[in-house]
Design a protein. Structure first.
Lengths: 144, 101
């Protein structure tokens, strides 16, 4: 597979940047002519991944989010959202539906479930004290 | 996020407009809770006609309101969801407890 385009966005993990991140990734993928559903799926998954960083990764300090989008062969989109935050104690448990460490603040615990459902592939790597990397892939179907 | 509401006897329709995500969650929670504190309704309908996007932060906001509304014996419904929000509802199972009207 050949990389046909790529972009890296680095932004502070501040509330509000989830909106910019999903809009920026959607705009970057637009030249592939995705369907409205495909672009909405990507926006939703990016919003989930970036919101996770904003809400959970840096409880005691300011931190940053890296969003990298790589496009292969003008049709496969790979999105990686990385932080250098506290990491996940148990990534498998964190990915289960309705699992949340912040139920008192009304977080639904559905973020990873939605990323998984809206994208073709989801891979989560995390190391305590070092951070988390979420990689999501989606192939854009060719539309007539 | 912008809000307006129309009351019809024991029913309130809340029109939401904007994007329901981490940024707008607190404001949405506050507006809805104020509506529910001020009156006692049998049915609360959230009209999503003006909402272009919702992620799982919105699920949390809705589940929180659902608890409060049903504790008071009332019903929470939604209407006019776009396709993106409809998919979030379907995947998360929200339709099992919040009816679309």
């Amino acid at each position: 597979m050949k990389i046909t385009n790529h972009v890296k966005i680095n932004l502070p993990a501040h509330v509000g940047n989830e909106g910019f991140a999903r809009a920026a990734v959607a705009a970057f993928c637009a030249p592939l002519s995705p369907s409205i559903e495909e672009i909405n799926d990507i926006k939703t998954a990016v919003s989930e991944a970036v919101t996770n960083v904003i809400v959970h990764a840096y409880p005691e300090k300011d931190g940053e989010i890296d969003v990298e989008v790589v496009i292969y062969d003008d049709k496969l989109i790979s999105i990686t959202v990385t932080d250098a935050g506290i990491g996940l104690i148990d990534p498998d448990q964190a990915m289960k539906p309705f699992f949340t460490t912040k139920s008192a603040e009304e977080h639904s615990g559905m973020g990873f479930t939605i990323m998984e459902a809206f994208m073709d592939e989801l891979d989560v790597r995390s190391e305590l004290g070092r951070g988390t990397r979420v990689t999501m892939r989606k192939a854009i179907k060719q539309h007539a | 996020m912008e809000f307006s509401s129309t009351t019809n006897r024991d029913e309130v329709i809340v029109n939401l407009s904007g994007e329901l995500d981490e940024k707008s969650a607190a404001q949405t929670r506050e507006y809805l809770d104020k509506q529910l504190r001020d009156h006692r309704y049998n049915r609360v309908i959230l009209d999503f006609h003006g909402v272009s996007f919702m992620d799982s932060t919105g699920i949390g906001v809705l589940l929180g309101r659902y608890k409060k509304i049903t504790e008071n014996g009332a019903e929470l419904c939604v209407r006019n969801l776009n396709k993106q929000i409809d998919k979030v509802f379907r995947i998360s199972g929200l339709y099992q407890i919040i009816k679309a009207v």
